[in-house]
Design a protein. Structure first.
Length: 571
């Protein structure tokens, strides 16, 4: 591969991966804190690890590849694991691929690490030919080659071979017979500790957002939620249910003796160089306790509004609203649609040393630097409404409340917006216009809504087509009737190793952004319905949720089937 004279930032700029403004911001961050430009771009959410590898490969003239292409597999029968140990491969992020006489081809995450290359040369007695890949891909390939990826399968298989003494659990009464000491002893046995660790590790590696551990009559059901869809994994033997649940409850600082009431807790794990929060919820069922573990990986959450999925016109309206000195901005949508992530990105965009930003959340999902975040605790009286009242005495500029659930909270949000504060919150409605009637139903007067509400944005998540395997096809005339600007080709899901044969990898948001102009405010004052408000907004250029989803299908970001299933028909 021929070496490029362009710098890595210029390569990414020419490829359309980043904008000039993003490059300038990254370069300024590099001047202030040092570090490599590629790492800074990833940290800022402007580029993905794969983009940096491709740009670096072109810049240095080094071949590059990725795990999904199936090329990160060491040559069989060459015993390369005897040349480079697993510990060395993990520590220095290298993987031997093939050996030809005194030449060794090695996949590396950092081909500029000359010390590691020299150590490899001395260790193997070979000249080193580096191939560039991502850090995550080399770790995944190392795990697969040296056997760790199969460790969970082996641990599950071994669970069926273990002797089942008196710990077999078939109903709740059996669970109650075990003493507290026995529970703790079983939970701390090596096979159980190992099994829990491997279940968590694979879930994080598979980008799962939740882990469901469910007791059934004669088996355990374990499912990962990946890109919004639940997938089953092979479960361990049924007799390990109680030790498994007890181990998770010990880690979460929950009461392992209490099995009759729901409990909530959490703990933190370290994966590579990042900390990941795990939120644990347990409930009693007729066959034992069910546990759901929510995985909150801040490193996988984009906090740049431009990376979330806004259409150009919608982003302009949203950006204008969040830069207002006061007013109420509401995000609407069902649970798990990414509303809080969008608000975090908004706060991250407008935060500065000159603004006092306070949030009250339940729970606080991600910790943001430079922002005062408060955990709501209704059991001791720290409700959303109570917290907001206290915040108004803290000289705030910007407030965020997790959700408007009742009239009291809505009234304080509106009061704060009317007294010179910028307020962010969420509501559960199907579309943007529905938030207006929801506020009115709560008991807010129309004139207060028109005076305080600046913008409402509805949000959903659709699955992204896997970049490695998405399949082009010519859409039929029946399909194109939904698409305004008919493309010659569209894309659909196919399935490959990179996406676990689902055809999708990751999710992107679709938005419906309703900016309250004077016409909309007059309609609210006159008692217009949601339908009338939405129709008027569409005539003025509102991009609906379905419009946003279909645009992404036309652009090849998602499939038309996914776009249609994630949104309701308009009017």
């Amino acid at each position: 591969m021929k070496k490029s004279k362009l710098k890595i930032g210029e390569i990414l700029l020419h490829a359309g991966i980043i904008t000039e403004e993003q490059l300038k911001e990254a370069l300024n961050a590099q001047k202030e804190g040092g570090g490599r430009l590629g790492e800074i771009l990833i940290k800022l959410g402007f580029a993905q690890e794969k983009d940096i590898v491709e740009a670096l490969g072109k810049q240095l003239g080094i071949p590059y590849t990725f795990f999904s292409k199936g090329l990160l597999k060491p040559a069989p029968e060459q015993d390369l694991n005897k040349i480079i140990s697993e510990d060395f491969a993990r520590q220095y992020l290298v993987l031997p691929l093939s050996r030809n006489l005194n030449s060794l081809t090695v996949a590396m995450a950092d081909p500029l690490d000359l010390i590691t290359i020299d150590n490899l040369r001395r260790m193997t007695g070979c000249e080193i030919n580096p191939i560039l890949t991502t850090k995550s891909d080399v770790l995944r390939a190392v795990s697969e080659y040296y056997g760790e990826r199969s460790m969970l399968e082996e641990a599950i298989k071994e669970s069926y071979e273990l002797e089942v003494e008196d710990v077999s659990v078939t109903d709740v009464s059996d669970e109650e017979r075990l003493s507290l000491d026995e529970l703790i002893a079983k939970a701390e046995e090596a096979p159980v500790v190992k099994l829990v660790d491997l279940i968590l590790k694979q879930a994080i590696e598979d980008r799962a957002s939740d882990i469901h551990i469910e007791p059934m009559h004669n088996r355990i059901n374990i499912r990962y939620r990946i890109d919004g869809v639940l997938y089953e994994i092979p479960p361990p033997a049924r007799h390990l249910l109680l030790p498994l649940i007890s181990r998770i409850k010990i880690l979460s600082r929950l009461d392992i003796a209490e099995k009759r009431l729901p409990q909530d807790g959490g703990f933190v794990v370290k994966e590579e160089d990042r900390l990941i929060d795990l939120r644990v919820s347990s409930i009693p069922t007729i066959y034992g306790e069910k546990v759901v573990i929510r995985i909150l990986d801040k490193g996988s959450v984009p906090l740049d509004l431009r990376q979330l999925g806004f259409e150009k016109e919608s982003l302009a309206d949203f950006d204008r609203a969040i830069h207002q000195p006061f007013g109420l901005v509401l995000m609407t949508g069902p649970t798990g649609s990414g509303k809080t992530t969008t608000l975090y990105a908004a706060l991250n965009t407008i935060k500065s040393g000159h603004k006092n930003i306070i949030t009250i959340e339940d729970p606080v999902e991600y910790k943001l630097d430079g922002i005062n975040q408060v955990q709501a605790r209704p059991n001791i009286g720290l409700t959303f409404a109570g917290g907001l009242r206290a915040f108004l005495r803290q000289d705030p500029d910007i407030l965020m409340v997790g959700e408007v659930r009742d009239l009291e909270t809505a009234e304080i949000c509106i009061k704060a917006a009317l007294t010179g504060h910028l307020v962010f919150s969420t509501l559960h409605t199907n579309d943007a216009a529905g938030a207006i009637s929801r506020l009115l139903d709560l008991g807010i007067e129309p004139f207060l809504v028109t005076s305080s509400l600046t913008l409402v944005a509805a949000q959903r998540l659709v699955r992204r087509l896997c970049l490695e395997c998405k399949e082009a096809y010519e859409p039929t005339s029946e399909m194109l009737k939904y698409v305004q600007s008919a493309p010659e080709l569209m894309y659909r899901a196919k399935g490959c190793d990179a996406c676990n044969q689902t055809g999708y990898k990751g999710r992107i948001a679709i938005y419906e952004v309703l900016y309250l102009n004077s016409d909309i405010r007059v309609m609210i004052s006159k008692g217009a319905t949601d339908r009338e408000i939405k129709q008027a907004a569409v005539q003025k250029g509102l991009i609906t949720l379905r419009d946003s989803a279909i645009r992404k299908a036309a652009e090849g970001v998602t499939s038309l089937e996914e776009a249609m299933s994630a949104t309701i028909s308009e009017f």
